[in-house]
Each structure stands twice: as C-alpha cells, then as structure tokens.
Design a binder for this molecule. Structure first.
Ligand code: MN
Length: 316
C-alpha cells in the first residue's frame, strides 16, 4: 500500500469529524468524487462525513446516487474545526469559494486532484496531473486501500470519468478507459449512467439552442463565439455544454467560445477546441484548465471581453 494511502486511512480512522468538498459550482467529477469518497468512508469505517459545495449543482445531477448528501455550505454548521477535511478536484485556490474557511481551520487537510496546480494547500497531496478525472484517483485509492465498495460508489466513479473526459473524447491515454473497463466488469451500465444525466430543464436546452442560433463566426469560420446575456444566464444549468457541443459539430470550426454574463461586469468564458490548445488563451484571461477545454472569469463588460477574445485568437 502506498504511504499516502496509509496516512489517509490513519487520519480517517482517528477523525471524529470529516469534511468533504470540491471546487465551486461542482461538475460531475467534483460532485461524484465527493459522494464516492463519502460512501467509501461510510462503508469501510462507519463514519458519516459532511459533504458541502459552494455555488450551484446542475439540475441534471438530481438523480445521481447520494446527491442528497451534498449540501450548500451555508446550510451546514461549519463553525467547529473538522479533524479531517478532503478537498477534491479544485485546481486552484480561486476555485474553492465559501468552503475555504472550513478547510483552513481543519486539523488535517488532504487534497486529491488531477489539475496542474502550483499552489497546493493540502497537508497530504494525492495529486496526479496525468489522471483524466479525480474519480480515477478515488478508484486507485479504493483499490490500493482494499476498500469495500457498492454499486453507488462504482456508478459515481463512472460518472466522474464520463463527464470529465466528455465521454472519453478528452481521454489522453488508456488509463481512464481501463478503469471504466473495470467498473463495467463490476456492474456499471454506461448507457444508464449517461441517461441519468439527461435531465436538463426545458428552458436550459431552449436557451442553449437560441445561443447557438445567434453565434458569430470569425477568422474564416474557424472561431465561433456564442454569448449568454445575464437574462439568459439564469436559464443555464451547468456550463452550457449543449451549446458548446452543438457548435463544435459545425464543419470547419476549430475553436468554440461561450461567453456567459454571470453579472453585469463578470463574464464566464468557456473555451473549447478540436485539436489545438486553448489553455494558454484561458491563462491570458486569468483562468486555466485542460488543453482542449478550459475557461476563465473576467471582470469586464460582455462587449469588452468579446473584443479581447477575438484579439487573442488572432493568428491562432
Ligand atoms: Mn475533474
């Protein structure tokens, strides 16, 4: 057993209170990592951890196993320091949000992450940049520790991989597929798990369809920019994945940009590409992420951010 696994087990065993969380506005990997670890700790040590998030959990995650265990952080008493806190899939401290205080006051902080991160905050870091999803790391941990698991754990681990790899589109090596092969052999039904995620509100899909219809094309139609104004933003559920996916299916498109007016002068920028890297452009906007899928939040007007994005893609 790896040394870090041994330390984590010791900390779980001795803890009277455990906090589990991930990045703000959790995506499938963040939420499922938290819930899978919750269930593994419960099954193997009989302990109930507290699972919290900041921001919003998409409606389409409503039917994910154990979804009800994850609470908005302000609805939970976090005033007493936890013996153990585990922060998963966070990438950078900017993504933590309102749970930061509880993490800082915890007696021992473990981080489990697959993002590139130069400012790690864990007392113990179970990090691996080469993993396709944080649930891959939870899977490795589960096997290394010899933990018992159930169907809920397996399904949660599978959803984390499916959502973070875009159903394997972004899998850069065979590891996530090998883990999925193990999960399927143990009983995971991929089709059923994908269907479980198809519960977006009607207004979301209709808003995303309008956003696609109004998108603008630049640089010989290699770049497409779609915008969501603040009124339409309220209808989104998640990051606008449907719009990003539809635009990416257009012949000749190389780069897909979705600008979301979260507040008057706060624009969420989602960047996707088919082959060429976009993470450098995200970094120039103060964000970051993966090579073909990254993003940023820019405090400026929608029009100014759009002009900046067009400028940054010049010559790309
Ligand atoms: Mn992730």
């Amino acid at each position: 057993m790896k040394q870090e696994t041994k330390i984590l087990i010791e900390k779980i065993k001795s803890a009277n209170s455990i906090l589990l969380t991930a990045h703000k506005n959790p995506d499938g990997d963040a939420l499922c990592s938290v819930l899978a670890l919750y269930q593994l700790i419960y099954l193997n040590y009989g302990k109930d951890s507290v699972c919290v998030y900041d921001g919003n959990v998409p409606e389409s995650f409503r039917y994910i196993s154990l979804r009800g265990r994850a609470h908005y952080f302000e609805q939970v008493d976090l005033s007493q320091p936890f013996d153990l806190a585990v922060l998963m899939d966070y990438g950078t401290t900017r993504n933590i949000g309102g749970t930061r205080g509880a993490l800082d006051s915890a007696k021992f902080l473990v981080e489990i992450d697959h993002h590139k991160n130069d400012e790690k905050i864990g007392n113990l870091c179970i990090d691996d940049e080469t993993a396709a999803a944080t649930t891959c790391l939870i899977y490795d941990l589960m096997i290394d520790a010899g933990w018992e698991y159930d169907d809920k754990v397996l399904n949660l681990l599978a959803i984390g991989i499916l959502t973070d790899t875009g159903n394997f589109k972004y899998a850069k090596d065979g590891r996530s597929l090998r883990i999925m092969a193990e999960l399927v052999d143990k009983g995971v039904d991929i089709q059923r798990q994908l269907e479980l995620l198809s519960h977006k509100p009607r207004k979301t899909i209709q808003t995303e369809a309008r956003v696609v219809a109004d998108a603008e094309f630049y640089y010989h139609n290699r770049l497409v920019i779609a915008t969501v104004d603040s009124a339409a933003y309220k209808n989104l559920d998640g990051r606008g994945e449907t719009a990003l996916s539809l635009l990416g299916q257009i012949k000749g498109i190389e780069y897909i940009v979705l600008l979301k007016q979260q507040k008057e002068n706060q624009i969420g920028v989602s960047l996707r590409s088919k082959f060429l890297p976009v993470n450098k452009i995200a970094e120039k906007l103060g964000g970051g992420g993966h090579i073909c899928a990254s993003g940023a939040v820019v405090n400026d007007s929608l029009e100014n951010v759009k002009q900046r994005v067009i400028e940054l893609f010049k010559g790309a």
